[in-house]
Ligand binder design. Sequence first.
Ligand code: DGL
Length: 289
Amino acid sequence: MMNEKYNKDREKPPCAAEWRRNPMGRQEPIGVFDSGVGGLTVAREIMRQIPNERIVYFGDTARVPYGSKSKETVTKYSRQIIRFLQTENVKAIVIACNTASAFALDTMQKEFDLPIIGVVKPGAKMAAQTTKNGKVGLIGTEGTIRSGVYAEFIKSFKPDVEVIGKACPLFVPLVEEGMWHDTITDQMAQRYLESLKQQDIDTLIMGCTHYPLLMNSIVRNVPDGVRVMPQGTYVADSLNSYLQRHPDIEANITRGGKCHYLTTESEDRFAESAQIFLHEKINVTHVEL
Ligand code: DGL
């Protein structure tokens, strides 16, 4: 399954002295997955906030996008990826894809005996805490908006909040084409966000991995005073607090936030797109599911 090059690159287990310093620590990596490169907006926040942990990032670029696929298909893909990541000995999983979190988190948590964190709940919680007038806008893929999961979570934190969703299907390809500072992107943002402008929202959730890269166009097209919320920080916070509550899982040995990147499609294409998100060149390994 895994190719030889990747296996050779794997971290050695910690030496005895390291174990003695941190007898409770677990050095296995955290698996982070997305339909493609977008989840890197979440992975980079995890690496920034929790540098002790190793990460295996899995981008399912052969089957991206998930945003227009059915719940059944996205759940099936998520299951296959988690099974694969288990063969990599991961100790926890972050579903760094809003569509997969919205459609599959619940089922995956029931099926797997492994801590699994999604990206929807942390963002929903923060939005519920942020809104003053109880009107929250949500932008995301068709799947995420259709799932209704954000509204469920937000209402579980604050029942009176109204969530107004808007699917923005062209945002993902615009980001992937590198058009994040482009008049076409501005025009699309204007068109998508027009209906939300009429709704008097005071908070806007960027409910998709790719949208932080369109922050400028999005902010230009919402009324002043609307709080625009990217999710990476809240997801990393949530993982961090989970690890602190479970010191038996946490790794306390600094390894400089090493991350292995895996893709189901072209390694070069992944590395090229990833550079947009990470601002650095990375090594990528192709894997077959
Ligand atoms: N990662 C997806 C999400 O956050 C966006 C890309 C896709 O449609 O697969 O919903």
